[in-house]
Design a protein around this ligand. Structure first.
Ligand code: BGC
Length: 779
């Protein structure tokens, strides 16, 4: 997320002060914080209303609806919208993003309603990605909870806060399947698995939109980035994607479809090239697939200046040409670029695009506004009283803490290094110990980092009076001064300790020597992941590994607390640390949640949803790969196998992996039948026992492998899971039901079918440690 300076914002007239800083009274009295009554959307009435409205609109006003401008502090691209007031008055703006607070929103809405000819309300969008004011863990962390109810709750709270803060449209969920941790935006999605990402996409849409888009406390979801953005070559942001139709249909497209099936009312186009045609100018994607095949009837907004970017992509010589490419493809709304605004009129005059095409796009956007209830009450989402009562309220902070605890993943724990004793003397070491801003992660929207709990603060809050805490920074988060400059240029706020690495490490070692246990809080700063933050080297940046090695040499138990937004390569850390806790960027209550887990107030239950490699050279690495004709299964001296000479094939931590302070044992799975008849079901049953000394939660995972097909099939694919709570010593029986539908894929002719034959079923605690059974599909 890029931030422009306050001075620049002031000079551009973009400032929307935070609520507490706004004294001025608005012209209209703010409505009380009661639930406003509203009329549910009736399609026939909506059509009539929009027919009548559009009959009054000029071509220019219709094109105006297709224009989305950015007004505010946050820009994620190179352009900032200009002359916004004047354009709103002339009816040349359909929506605004990056503005929030009821007062700021009301001000702009009043302008549209009092000065534009047809008084069409504006729609207000924002990047509410993992919370609005109360910030939840990054999506990669939320996914690691494997807790759909908790994820839905995070989206519901985000919607409540966003809608109380003037917004009615959120640019989320981000459902790009991603298998290359070099890509910085891995942190914004749910990981590498298609099925799990789809489940999460649906949960988030339910959370945002509820059952009634017109309600005062629901917001419109925008599923992004359509499509395949997560498959950028070499993990470099905005890069090309090129893949087979089958891979698209089976592995990358289902989460977008799932979000739409759950009712997501808008879609954002992605920046990337897809098999030779960039998504934003891709008619096959935006029309043939999205509209004709999937039947989507909401509107499509581009990503930030994505139409303009069709020029460097090589899809047109100038804006005039690419405006036509994008409209012809099926794009409705132009984010910031104003290519539609500036060129569609001329394109119509020249007979290159038809007025009917513009009508289609305009209607879809007006329908979106209608469904939100904006024509009924343009101020429904601008209620100061509700904002005061809702934003960052205690209940929401408590939820953030509870949800964050569920996202933390215990990667290693030997000799019961964790949980920490509440009588210990602890050396807290590392560049992230005191960081509040990093806890918020990189899409922290309207989150206030001063509200965030650092790890140190969380530990002080939870540890109680008998714990002695000492501190040393130990290392800067990065040693590369250019990288530090770049991070700080975009709101990084990184403070660099001027001491040499050796001096800092020496001090940390002294602190460690005087303590019973060392807790090293290391990782990435929030700006090292997210948009335009790809990293080619995904080990710990700077001198942090040197720091860990020196701490290990003290002989004290070494607990590594990781803060980062992507899978990292942690070979040394895994070999040498006593315990490793992956905490992602855990949000406003991150420090408290982390301390809850460190001291055993909460028994960790998260599992990673993106494979952690041993070395960056293994990526892309993911569990649901194909077998190859020469699969490697440990035949070390057999040269002609699919393997590396220098690193193993196996990941460091497989998909679905995560430990608990207790242990679980699995009995072999049993099947209700050895055959699955077409249209029938097979039940897979497994007994899971808590064999340790603490109560705890376990994510029981079900994978399926189609042994022989008309096309090759992955070695296994996640088909279901259950997160269960087991008291110590308790055994539970878990049953999954498999249907023919669960076995479908795109066959040789791209038909979506389940083919008769043998299937293996795998059940276990992660994608690697499983037990098998098998059945035959009979048709
Ligand atoms: C990002 C989107 C985001 C948009 C608006 C773009 O640069 O790719 O994810 O929604 O900016 O801020």
């Amino acid at each position: 997320m890029r931030k422009i300076s306050l001075a620049l914002a002031l000079s551009l007239g973009l400032v929307c002060p935070p609520l507490h800083a706004q004294k001025a009274k608005t012209k209209k009295a703010a409505p009380a914080a009661v639930q406003q009554k509203h009329t549910p959307t009736n399609p026939a009435q909506m059509k009539k209303f929009i027919d009548e409205l559009m009959a009054k609109m000029t071509l220019e006003e219709k094109i105006g609806q297709l224009n989305l401008v950015s007004v505010g502090f946050t820009v994620t691209g190179p352009v900032v919208s200009e002359n916004v007031d004047e354009k709103i008055s002339k009816g040349l703006v359909g929506g605004v993003f990056n503005t929030f607070t009821p007062i700021a929103v009301r001000k702009l809405q009043e302008k549209a309603l009092s000065q534009s000819r047809l008084k069409i309300p504006l729609i207000f969008g924002y990047d509410v990605i993992h919370g609005h004011r109360t910030i939840f863990p990054m999506p990669i962390g939320l996914a690691a909870s494997w807790d759909l109810a908790a994820i839905e709750r995070s989206a519901r709270i985000s919607a409540d806060e966003a809608s109380a803060d003037g917004l009615n449209w959120v640019f989320s969920p981000m459902v790009d399947v991603a298998r290359d941790p070099r890509w910085g935006r891995v942190s914004e999605g749910s990981g590498e698995d298609t099925w799990l990402t789809s489940q999460i996409a649906m949960a988030m849409v339910r959370g945002y939109q509820g059952t009634d888009l017109a309600a005062y406390n629901t917001v419109m979801a925008c599923v992004k980035h359509f499509a395949l953005y997560g498959a950028a070559e070499a993990g470099r942001d905005y890069n090309t994607t090129d893949m087979s139709d089958r891979r698209m249909l089976d592995e990358y497209l289902p989460p977008y479809k799932a979000a739409l099936d759950a009712g997501a009312a808008s879609v954002m186009s992605s920046f990337n090239d897809i098999n030779g045609v960039p998504a934003t100018g891709n008619k096959w994607l935006m029309t043939d697939l999205l509209r004709t095949k999937w039947g989507f009837d909401g509107f499509v907004v581009t990503d930030y200046t994505a139409i303009n970017e069709l020029i460097p992509h090589g899809m047109g010589k100038n804006e005039y040409e690419v405006a036509k490419v994008a409209l012809d493809a099926g794009i409705d709304m132009d984010m910031v670029g104003e290519v539609f605004l500036n060129h569609l009129g001329q394109l119509v005059k020249d007979g290159k695009v038809t007025p009917a095409q513009i009508d289609v796009a305009c209607r879809r956007i007006l329908e979106g506004k209608y469904k939100l209830g904006l024509f009924e009450d343009p101020y429904r989402y601008a209620n100061e009283q509700r904002a005061k009562e809702t934003l960052l309220k205690k209940e929401y902070r408590e939820a953030a803490r509870d949800i964050a605890r569920r996202t933390l993943v215990l990667l290693k724990n030997q000799n019961q290094a964790l949980p920490l004793k509440k009588t210990a003397s602890i050396a807290l070491v590392g560049p992230l110990v005191k960081s509040q801003i990093d806890q918020l992660g990189n899409w922290n929207g309207a989150g206030d980092w001063k509200q965030a709990i650092s790890v140190e603060q969380g530990i002080r809050n939870v540890a109680g009076p008998n714990v002695k805490i000492t501190y040393a920074k130990g290392a800067n988060i990065a040693a590369d001064t250019l990288m530090l400059q770049r991070l700080n240029a975009h709101g990084g706020m990184l403070e660099i300790d001027p001491r040499t690495p050796q001096e800092m490490i020496r001090e940390a070692v002294q602190v460690a020597q005087r303590a019973e246990v060392v807790v090293a809080v290391v990782g990435e700063s929030q700006g090292m992941t997210g948009e335009a933050s790809s990293r080619a080297d995904i080990t710990l940046p700077g001198h942090q590994l040197d720091l860990l090695k020196a701490l290990k040499a003290t002989g004290k138990p070494l607990v590594v607390v990781l803060m980062n937004g992507r899978p990292l390569a942690l070979k040394w850390e895994n070999d040498h640390a006593d315990a490793i806790l992956e905490t992602w960027f855990a949000g406003t209550e991150g420090g408290n949640a982390i301390a809850d887990v460190l001291f055993g107030n909460y028994n960790p239950s998260g599992k990673i949803t993106a494979t952690f490699p041993q070395a960056v050279g293994q990526v892309p690495i993911y569990y649901n790969h194909k077998a190859t004709g020469r699969p490697y299964a440990g035949q070390l001296l057999d040269k002609y196998k699919s393997r590396y000479l220098d690193v193993p094939n196996e990941p460091l931590y497989p998909f679905g992996y995560g430990l608990s302070y207790t242990t679980f044992s699995y009995a072999a799975p049993t099947l209700s039948s050895k055959t699955l008849q077409a249209g029938g079901t097979v039940n897979v049953t497994v007994q899971v026992k808590n064999t340790g000394n603490l109560d705890g939660e376990e994510v029981v995972q079900l994978y399926v492998q189609d042994v022989v097909g008309s096309v090759t099939r992955p070695v296994k694919e996640l088909k279901n899971f259950q997160k269960i709570f087991l008291k110590k010593g308790e055994t539970k029986t878990v049953t999954f039901t498999l249907r023919e539908e669960d076995l479908k894929f795109h066959d040789l002719n791209l038909n979506y079918v389940a083919e008769p034959g043998d299937f293996n079923v795998y059940v276990g605690t992660n994608s690697r440690d499983v037990q098998a059974a098998s059945f035959t599909l009979v048709k």
